[in-house]
Design a protein around this ligand. Structure first.
Ligand code: HEC
Length: 104
């Protein structure tokens, strides 16, 4: 029993160390039917907050292909790895993706 507990404790510790600071909180974006634009809303955020580490997100087609994981990383607060996004920046990315991630 002790052994099992020890293994559990260690694996829980490893698991929680995967998130940036252990205080990852899932965030629910507020979209209110607004349509976000790839060019004017999303691309500038990606280029300033993500492209330094992820050059692969700098074109529309590559960002589109990764949209589901991008959305979950952004709303979980796990990305960006350095720095953070404001609420309105998270909304812009999540609402754009929820709207089908159009090339607009
Ligand atoms: C300081 C560097 C850095 C910045 C800035 C950064 N990332 Fe990351 N990102 C990483 C690293 C390193 C990994 C891989 C390790 C991991 O998943 O923890 C990663 C992983 C990811 C993944 C998971 C990829 C997969 O295969 O599932 C996504 C999605 C992602 N980042 C999106 C973003 C987005 C969106 C932004 C901007 C809001 C961003 N990242 C900013 C370093 C960064």
């Amino acid at each position: 029993m002790r052994k099992i507990l020890a293994v559990l404790t260690v694996s829980l510790g490893l698991w929680s160390s995967c998130s940036k600071d252990g205080t990852t909180t899932n965030y629910t974006p507020t979209c209110n039917g607004t349509v976000k634009s790839y060019r004017t809303d999303v691309a500038p955020i990606i280029s300033s907050a993500c492209a330094g580490c992820h050059q692969n997100y700098s074109t529309y087609s590559q960002l589109y292909a990764s949209r589901n994981s991008v959305r979950s990383q952004v709303v979980s607060g796990n990305m960006p790895r350095s720095g953070s996004l404001s609420t309105s920046q998270k909304d812009a990315i999540a609402c754009w993706i929820d709207n089908g991630a159009p090339n607009n």
